[in-house]
Write a protein that binds this ligand. Structure first.
Ligand SMILES: C[S@@+](CC[C@H](N)C(=O)[O-])C[C@H]1O[C@@H](n2cnc3c(N)ncnc32)[C@H](O)[C@@H]1O
Length: 259
């Protein structure tokens, strides 16, 4: 376990969970994110001196997943572990060198992909509010360049920043997990598909319909219109694969095809 359970640590983790919730609700306080992230990074590394070294050397997806998502669950990947492990296993067979994740949330998946897919040397992330950047940068393995970009994924300025970070290279692995409305996921796909290398992987998260869609029962999971878009887009591409642990589950699931 990366984090201990001493009373002081439990109190600190509750404090960070509280600030996360507050910052998410009170968007005008969003400018405090960098301060909170810096504080959190220093706290985690100070409490767990061996963690940085361990994270930098770990390659096993399951161990990395536990490390990022272990208590106090502030650096988690929002993925079903079995699905993301199978996805990583598949991605590794294609030896991607560049990756772009749209919608990075707490940065847990960005961390996982960069550490576990050994062929990557450049990983980009885009989010309206990238989180945990100081910790993420401290946990970036040598040989990997990481660029995290803040802003709406399809805005001209963000697309320009992505292109500039790519320095003329193409994207070998595109992971779309941002705006889950139909227009949003379609726009992400149409914006970034042209930047994907021929033969590259184009993946979508949340291809499984959530309970809100299937039963009219909202839960904390929100796959939105991604399943609808996925059903349409997958029929026109080759090499389709779906990683869905349980067909009856509430959202999640990863779908991919090859460009
Ligand atoms: C489901 S979360 C991503 C989870 C993450 N990929 C993971 O596996 O841990 C969706 C993220 O997309 C971001 N997002 C939503 N709309 C966006 C947009 N138009 N541009 C950039 N990011 C967006 C949100 O801020 C949120 O952090």
């Amino acid at each position: 376990m990366p984090f201990g359970d001493a009373p002081a640590e439990i109190m600190m983790s509750q404090f960070f969970q509280f600030t996360d919730k507050a910052l998410r609700r009170l968007s005008w306080l969003g400018f405090l994110w960098p301060l909170r992230d810096l504080f959190y990074c220093n706290w985690v590394l100070a409490c767990h001196p061996g963690m940085q070294e361990r994270a930098l050397w770990l390659r096993d997806p399951a161990e990395l997943f536990t490390l990022a998502g272990g208590p106090p669950e502030l650096f988690p990947s929002h993925q079903n572990p079995l699905e993301i492990f199978r996805f990583i296993e598949f991605a590794q067979t294609k030896n991607p060198r560049t990756a772009l994740e749209i919608g990075t949330a707490c940065s847990g998946t960005n961390f996982l992909l960069a550490q576990a897919i050994s062929s990557l040397d450049l990983i980009l992330g885009v989010d309206l509010q990238p989180r945990n950047l100081p910790l993420l940068h401290r946990l970036t393995r040598r040989g990997v360049q990481r660029v995290m970009i803040k802003g709406p994924s399809t805005s001209l300025s963000v697309v320009e920043k992505v292109k500039s970070a790519l320095c003329g290279r193409k994207i070998d692995l595109l992971f779309i997990d941002g705006d889950h409305t139909y227009e949003g996921v379609k726009a992400d796909f149409e914006t970034y598909f042209p930047l994907v290398e021929n033969g590259g992987i184009v993946a979508f998260h949340d291809i499984a319909p959530d309970f809100r869609t299937r039963f009219g029962r909202p839960t904390e999971r929100w796959a939105g219109d991604v399943p609808k878009f996925w059903e349409q887009v997958k029929v026109t591409h080759r090499g389709v694969q779906e990683f869905v642990e349980n067909p009856d589950q509430d959202g999640l699931g990863i779908g991919l095809f090859l460009k």
